[in-house]
Write a protein that binds this ligand. Sequence first.
Ligand code: CA
Length: 441
Amino acid sequence: MRTPRPILLAALLFAVSWGGAWAEDIGDRTGTITPAALGGRPGANGWSGEDGASGHPLMTANAIRQAAADFHPCLERLWPLAARRGVSRASFERLIAPLTPDLRIMDLLDSQPEFTKAVWDYLDVLVTDARIAKGRAILEKYRTTFDAVERAYGVDRYIIAAVWGVETNYGTISGDRPVLRSTATLACVGRRQRYFRDEFIAALDILNRGDVRADRLIGSWAGAFVPTQFMPTAFKRYAVDFDNDGHRDVIGSMPDLIASTANNLKKVGWVSGQTWGYEVVIPANFDFLSADHHQTMTVGEWERHGIARPDGKPFPHPGDSAFLLVPAGVQGPGFLMLPNFKAIMRYNPAEAYALAIGHLADRLRGGGPFAQGWPRYERVLSRAERLELQQLLERRGFEIGEPDGRLGLKTRDALRDFQTRIGHVPDGFASAGVLERLRGR
Ligand code: CA
């Protein structure tokens, strides 16, 4: 396996949130926006020439070389899809003629970080005093735009600013790769061709229509661009021309950017007038099996199960439905999550990122830090250990899907069943201690 090269923090965060403990594979989640992404080391465009770490047949060095040799014929085979979108033959040829595959992306696609970060490490990095101060400055600077966007879309300004802050630190982190080239590469080389075919066609369509200038359509290696990390298909679906100049220019126009982000959140289910969730205190002897994405109750019912806010304040809307999330197990804080948390997750499918977005929004609004501490003494399992944990669960007959070193919802459920069986609190937290117990027999 290649050694991962986490040169830049954002690149590391990106790799982790795509492949790490908190992420589910983005799969066919079209319409989501990928996490803050950098395309890797600037200037280091060379492919390693090695087999990918995933072991996928399309990621072997030979398969990559063959696909790269077939790059232009492959793009040509996508012409009918482009034509169906109204791209003219002349602009298709003009746009694809200069393209070459960017094979360094294959290394990035298959980098599987050895260590992932704990949820508290993400929050430490993504919700800082500096980011809070900068977010407040941005809210002030674009106050009239935020006023108008809130009126038009019913999406809370603090959430929009927090998406912007978490994804790219308000636009100060940006990618360094032309989106058309990245998506063309991924559409024709490697293991995610189907997913990226649509992204490539959408990128062609954006350039063909002149929504965004080609020299400004720059983004992450996976094709996410602009301060709030739109994928091309998400742009096609959600971008709006809020300043009415005839272009949906989410790069050059702040009103277009802010309104498009709001429109995206609204279209994936943002409920006006509701928050995303609340930090909660979980009583001793609580039944942690009810802490599950699929088990919703009203906030009032949760209260009757002993769930309370840390400051003892009443919940403002006891009738809202919520599920309980316990991201770091029994030793860490709990969260009652409202439907808006799921909307944020549709925007960015990594749980730790979604929590950071919600928390940053609350801080921008004037709220304080979380009241309860995190179990910072817990060591985060290495990739080999995560894989071992899954294999040990599988060997004991628990259903975890394909062991892949990613601790998704299935693994969490299996872990909770195992914890129940051995008389532990079933919080689903993959600690070093629970791995020891799994090894024990
Ligand atoms: Ca515009």
